[in-house]
Design a protein around this ligand. Sequence first.
Ligand code: GLU
Length: 428
Amino acid sequence: MNNVSHIPSYLSAEHLGPWETYLVQIDRVEPHLAAELRPLAPILTRPKRALIVNVPIRLDNGEIAHFEGYRVQHNLARGPGKGGIRYHPDVTLAEVMALSAWMTVKNAVVNVPFGGAKGGIRVDPKVLSMPELERLTRRYASEINILLGQDKDIPAPDINTNEQVMAWIMDTFSMNEGKTAMGVVTGKPVSLGGSLGRKDATGRGVFVATVEAARRMSLDIAGARVAVQGFGNVGEAAARLFADAGAKVVALQDGSGSIRNPGGLDVRAAKAWRQHNGSLIGAPGSEPIAPEAFWGIDADVMVAAAMENQITAANAGLIRARLLTEGANGPTTPEADLILQDNGVTVIPDVLANAGGVTVSYFEWVQDISAFFWTEDEINARLDRIMREAFAAVWDAATAKGVPLRTAAFVLGCERVLQAHAQRGLYP
Ligand code: GLU
């Protein structure tokens, strides 16, 4: 890559979008790659292919609405594309490109035989009725159909998509194929070939990775103070597992508000409260705090399980915790990363910390293909083992090279991907 930065010069460090953040991460990692693989590194700085689709749907009132959707296959060197589908008003091609690239690295870090892909539609699904959401999903699935298949590209849930959305995608693909194709998507309902343990898998992986780091840092999780940003599929499960392990969940933050209790919040009660009241504010035994006070909270562990770009140069310096676990994809900007490093905060990067979800997606895919289903205990035990092994590999490499965990994880993942390219050779 001739030591030239891949960041367009018109972008200042303060205004990096997710794709530029990813490119900075690749820039930082490149000098640490094995010399013989370095010439191949530019492969990582561009998606293999990207599809932009128009998704028109008939609304319940008879009008037609148009949405823009994407499916990006960042890299397929190690196997079929794998990665979730996001429905969110902020979805852009650049964001989906970044998310697909992080999937490439993540899948290689935990060594599941997948490439990286991601999809999304720029839509606020909360304003759509269920029938509208179904029509949106089925039309989108049809538009990206040319990319999909159990041996080509396998979607999964991401922000604002769930088991039902995956069932519609599986059905749409299957209807067009003329047969039931369970392995085309993961995160399905268990009754349709979904896997036990998939729902909590990302949060569980976040928990296991944090426990592994804490142990090496002589931090006892029982009694540790944990603050969790994001109370969706990932944050809620992680918070619950921390509480069950004897940690004190001292603060929670989501789009509805921020709450704290230095003595420890009741995570299940907070979930039930939010379900009934639509907000975390007022949850039993909690006091509200200003959203900007969240990152400075007195805690040993912070978990970022919301969205990209949450920890920036503006707030990274507030963090007093020893450990920051990235449950979300891309929550820390490259500038914030350097601040955290200077302040001695250990960051468990997204491509390692949140890989539990795709790991159990891999189990789901294997179970679908073999039509043989495992028990939840088996799944959790295998997930824990893969997370612990991946964590140890990254931790040991970081220690040996004297680099942050993010760099070590990227080196491990990128080298596996580039090694696959090297072994496959250049076509033609
Ligand atoms: N959307 C999840 C992620 O970002 C899971 C992807 C998958 O299971 O394919 O890792």
